[in-house]
Design a protein around this ligand. Structure first.
Ligand code: AMP
Ligand code: GLY
Length: 422
């Protein structure tokens, strides 16, 4: 079995690392991958959003199965592209079709889905240019702060939280007037929920699902969850407050109704569902759905899976996920992300990375790296994820931080307080 993983981040490196341990897999190709994936598999020069390039790579390399890492190809319809192609239609692709990927691709669709299926989420209303005049009246029904979201994908920047009504009105107007391009043709306004966030993941073949380890990521750039939002600065798994009682509520009120809702709506979902949840005084609410695994959550979830992860992937492809085994390691896994100086704003690339051979007792998942002759250099904002196991979260974090300190590149930065609130 030859597989192709689409994407180029830490998530894709973690998947490559794990799947390389499966006896059922001969060769792993990653398109386009990074310097880390190139160590374990074969990188292919392709753009996952250019489906014709993906098609050529699949045919040339005799790929038997494709796993899609990031959301963009999914929301653009890569699954549908495969199904419509005479040859590709027989090659399983792990990731939802365009219609199902709207759970991530359209916040208006996701909120409508949540409401229709009685899944706990913040009160909301959607607006476009024709209903803009109703915005002030709706804002008056909410309490400050106000959460304003561009409907479509906006590279993680499309959510703005403001304190007063006039700022909220201005933000809505800016989005509807093109601040985020087409992503802001519709805008969702919702009630702010106060609580602590966590990331819950399932893998589903469209019939049943398996719950993957629960994780918490740290999205803000600054210590103590301050400053700008990033893709994620670190993560931990398991999440102490996501105890059995809480997870029972998550299963009964959120996961099961989501599975039922998809089925009632005639949507066959094959792939990962990422529930971005918030715990409000012990009650779970959905903040958002994503149609993929999280990054850096994958860098802590995957190291906690003891069994062959390809079993689950194959279960999705064959539609027999219910009989597949999933064994989870009880230990904690933490990851600390090293990022380029200036990120999430402007930053320089091409900085040479030292110390990769010095780390010990952690696994280093590459994110924004590339090979340049004999050295590895930075090529993105998030550069390396240092993942470690420990019988306590503290022990795992100590290993991650000890090894993070050995990895050097000009301008590197990491948060020193991952796990601080748990
Ligand atoms: P989203 O892209 O919808 O996940 O939103 C990005 C981030 O904005 C979330 O991770 C939350 O930190 C925050 N956020 C979004 N919606 C809400 C809400 N209703 N209440 C509080 N925070 C929110
Ligand atoms: N770490 C959050 C995400 O992958 O969207």
């Amino acid at each position: 079995m030859n597989i192709l993983i689409l994407g180029s981040g830490g998530r894709e490196h973690a998947l490559t690392w794990k799947l390389a341990q499966s006896k059922k897999i001969n060769r792993i190709f990653i398109g386009p991958g990074n310097a880390g994936t190139a160590e374990t598999g074969t990188n292919l020069k392709l753009d996952p959003e250019k489906f014709s390039e993906v098609r050529s790579a699949v045919l040339e390399n005799k790929i038997d199965l494709v796993i899609v890492g990031p959301e963009a190809p999914l929301t653009m319809g890569i699954h549908d592209f495969f199904l419509k192609d005479d040859i590709l239609k027989d090659i399983p692709l792990i990731g939802p079709d365009k219609s199902a990927a709207r759970l991530e691709g359209s916040k208006d669709f996701a909120k409508d889905f949540l409401m229709r299926h009685n899944i706990p989420t913040a009160a909301y209303k959607s607006f476009d240019k024709t209903t803009m005049h109703e915005v002030p009246a709706f804002l008056k029904t909410l309490t400050s702060p106000y959460v304003i979201k561009a409907d479509g994908l906006a590279a993680g920047k499309g959510v703005v939280i403001v304190d007063n009504i006039s700022e909220a009105e201005n933000e809505v107007a800016a989005m509807l007037n093109g601040k985020f391009g087409a992503a802001g043709q519709k805008v969702v306004i919702e009630q702010f929920l106060k609580g602590i966030e966590l990331s819950v993941f399932i893998i589903t073949d469209g019939f049943t699902y398996k719950l993957l380890p629960v994780a918490k990521d740290y999205k803000r750039i600054g210590e103590g969850d301050t400053g700008l939002n990033t893709g994620g600065m670190g993560a931990v798994s398991p999440v102490p407050f996501a105890d059995q009682k809480f997870m029972k509520k998550v299963a009964e009120r959120i996961i099961d109704p989501t599975m039922n809702g998809l089925s009632l709506d005639g949507i066959v979902y094959k792939g990962f569902i990422f529930f971005g949840l918030i715990n409000v005084e012990g009650e779970p609410f959905v903040i958002e759905y994503n149609a993929r695994l999280g990054d850096p959550e994958t860098e802590v979830i995957i190291p906690r899976i003891k069994s062959d992860f390809f079993e689950l992937i194959e279960g999705v492809a064959k539609g027999d996920l219910s009989v597949r085994e999933l064994e989870i390691d009880d230990r904690f896994v933490t990851t600390v992300m090293l990022v380029s100086g200036g990120y999430p704003g402007n930053y320089e690339k091409g900085k040479s990375i030292q110390g990769l051979d010095l780390t010990d007792g952690s696994v280093i998942f590459h994110s924004g790296t590339r090979k340049e002759e004999d050295s590895v250099v930075t090529s993105g904002g998030r550069v390396l994820a240092v993942s470690s196991w420990g019988s306590t979260m503290k022990e795992a974090l100590e290993k991650s931080y000890t090894n993070a300190a050995k990895l050097k590149f000009e301008g590197s930065y990491c948060r020193t307080d991952i796990g601080f609130d748990l």
